[in-house]
Design a protein around this ligand. Structure first.
Ligand code: DX5
Ligand code: ZN
Length: 226
């Protein structure tokens, strides 16, 4: 995985058909997804429950691009090895999920993955100031995590601050929550390069009508291009 700041769309399979993940992943990749975003929720850190390492391992067989695993779980550290074995390329932990984000990011890299750190809307950019050299990605949540299809919360000021804090470091800025053709240009202009989108990519489409996924992703890219 080489680093670049070109715009990347990472559809969240939280909005896919849960009975058909393999074909859904193939469909979004065939339609131009850059990464595949996998939302892991534990019913404790967030009030919703999705899937764990065995399911993520099964997704891996279908992902040809980059498997971007977003952990909304606490604690994180006991599960890092399991997600490495499941084949995550990027493993993102929330800074709010425990007292030792520094150790967590080191452990993620130590297990051979790229390390991401996520910030809830209420957490300031400064919370990651001392771990930027240990991170490959900062995920700025633009909804309170737990559910797809929520309304975008404007975090463009935080994105701008992070972009200047990151400087020349090879660290992606990812936006997660409420991204659509209206909100995507705001965050891209502020310095984000990875846009997670669940409902805006999957809406109106299916594995039998995958061209809708392609059109939805193109609409986001074209809105950013202006
Ligand atoms: C929210 C998840 C997101 C979510 C995005 O807790 O982390 O990845 O699926 O969904 P949309 O794009 O519908 O807001
Ligand atoms: Zn996510």
């Amino acid at each position: 995985m080489s680093f670049d700041r070109s715009l990347k769309i990472a559809p969240s399979i939280l909005s896919a058909d849960f009975a058909d993940f393999g074909r859904e992943i193939q469909a979004i990749e065939a339609q131009g997804a850059d990464w595949v975003h996998v939302d892991v929720m534990d019913g404790h850190f967030v009030p919703n429950l999705t899937f764990g390492p065995p399911a993520v391992k099964a997704f891996r067989k279908h992902v040809k691009t980059v498997m971007d695993v977003h952990l909304m779980i606490a604690p994180v550290d006991p599960y890092i090895e399991a997600y490495a074995e499941a084949g995550a390329d990027i493993l993102t932990a929330h800074v709010e999920a425990g007292p030792h984000i520094h150790r967590t990011l080191q452990a993620i890299r130590g297990a051979g993955m790229k390390a991401g750190v996520a910030l809830n809307p209420g957490t300031p950019a400064e919370a990651v100031a001392h771990v930027l050299d240990l991170a490959d990605l900062v995920c700025v949540m633009t909804v309170n995590p737990g559910f797809g299809g929520q309304k975008f919360i404007d975090m463009t000021g935080k994105v701008r601050t992070l972009r200047s804090m990151i400087g020349d470091r090879p660290v992606h800025i990812e936006i997660d929550g409420g991204v659509d053709p209206v909100t995507a240009p705001l965050v891209a202009e502020a310095g984000a390069d990875v846009l997670v989108a669940g409902s805006a990519v999957f809406k109106g489409g299916s594995v039998d009508a995958p061209e809708v996924y392609g059109a939805n992703m193109r609409a986001i890219r074209e809105a950013v291009r202006g």
